[in-house]
Design a protein around this ligand. Sequence first.
Ligand SMILES: [Zn+2]
Length: 293
Amino acid sequence: MKEIIEFRIGNEYAHLLLEPGEGKKNGSNTIIHITKDDPKFEQIRFLNKQIREKNNDFFFLYSNIKREYSKKELATATLLQMKIRTTFEPAGEDCGTLYDETAACEICGANRKQISPLTLKKGSIPKKDIARTIAGEVLVSERFAEVIKQRSLKGIKLEPVLFGKGASNYYQLIASSPELELTEKTVAGVNLFDFSEGSEGREFTVSGHHVKIEREVYKCPKGHTIGLNLLSEAYVSSSPSINDYDFFSSKQKIGVKRGLLRPEPIYFCSQAFRQMIEEEKLSGFEFEIANIE
Ligand SMILES: [Zn+2]
C-alpha cells in the first residue's frame, strides 16, 4: 500500500514550502502530493502551527489521503472498506424524507431515526450505480439491485426511493448485518495535524445582527462519533459475522451534525461484494483494505 497525501496550500504561503514552479497552481491554491516520509510533511506541520498562531490563518486549506493498493493486496483482503465516490444534493430532508430527531444523541447528533421512505428530487441523482447525499443517505441503481439479487449476497437491505411525485428506479442501501466495532487503532480527526474533539462555539455581532455559531462535537463522549474525518485505514474488532455477511456498517460514526450533515458510518464489504462490483463494472465505488483485530 502506498499512501499519498494531497495538500492545497494558499498561494500567499506556498513560497514558504515550495520552490518557484513547484506544485500545481489551482486558482488561489497550489496543490502538492507527498508521502508522510517526505521532509515536507514535517515542514507543513510546523508552518501550519506557526501560521495558525501568528496570522490566525490556515497554511493549507484542504488535505486528502489516497491509498493505492496492488491488485494482489486488494484481491486477498478478507474485509474491505467500501467508499462512495459521488456526493450530491438536495438531501432527503429537503425533499420530504422524515426523521425522528428525538432518537438522535443530544451531544453529537448521531443515530437519528429515518421514519419515512427516502424521498429525493427527480433529476438530481448522479448517473452512477452508487452515490450518497450530503446527509449520508446512500442510494444504488436498479442495475445494482438486480446484480445483488442474482448473487444472493447477505447483509444488504434495499428500500425503494421515492421522488416527490411517485416511484423512482433507485433504492436506498442499508446494512442489515450486525454493526462492526471500530477499534482504537482507527484514526480520525480534523486533519493529520489537528485532532480537536470539537469546535468552539462563538457569539458575535455583525452590522447589528447577533450571530451564534453552535459548538460542534467531533468526538462524542458517549462514543457515537470518533472524529470529523477518517485519517487511517479502518480497524475493526474481529467478529464471526464478518464471515457470515457481505455488507456492513460501523457502529461508531465519522463526521458532524452541521445543517443537513450528520455523522455517518463507515461501510465495509466482503471480497465477494468487491468482485461483483469489478465483474459487473458497477460505477461509483472505491475500496480500501480494512484491518481485523
Ligand atoms: Zn453522541
